[in-house]
Design a protein around this ligand. Sequence first.
Ligand SMILES: Cc1cc2nc3c(=O)[nH]c(=O)nc-3n(C[C@H](O)[C@H](O)[C@H](O)COP(=O)(O)O)c2cc1C
Length: 153
Amino acid sequence: MVKQKKILVVFYSRTGNTKKVARIISKQLGAELSEITPLTNYHGGVGFLKAFLSGMFHRSPKIKHYKMPTNYDLVIIGTPKWPGGVSSPIRTFLKNEKFRRVAFFCTKGGLGSPFKPMEKLSNKPLATLDIDAKETSDNSYKQKIVDFLNKIK
Ligand SMILES: Cc1cc2nc3c(=O)[nH]c(=O)nc-3n(C[C@H](O)[C@H](O)[C@H](O)COP(=O)(O)O)c2cc1C
């Protein structure tokens, strides 16, 4: 019998875009899903400003307790693109946890990438996937997800 790979999808999402992609990926892979929640409230206009500054100054805010990732063959980590690259809650997560096999995905407005800082904090990814606002609105991101999954399977 072929052993089923144990895969975890971890993500943070402020407005739901990254969550949407995380859900599709975890469903396709039959992977567990774990959402990172910061203690800081990043919602609304003031929250946006806090998020912006937190990203720009590479802060690592406290995050709520999450499912401890142990014994996974692969951990897939998703983040929205923020200034400084990776969102601050995922920065904290990556500082806390180290994994041997990782893959990264992000959603973004259109500019920049979080993958270099994520690699620095974690490990070289098996594959990366980035989806911008235009791709989310015309659904072309679904093919990109298929390509990403083929690389990590
Ligand atoms: C504080 C802040 C800074 C952002 N900076 C960028 C950026 O530099 N480049 C970019 O393409 N998108 C940027 N965005 C847009 C988000 O990355 C994008 O909307 C993403 O899909 C949001 O994902 P979420 O809904 O999972 O939070 C920024 C969003 C926020 C809140």
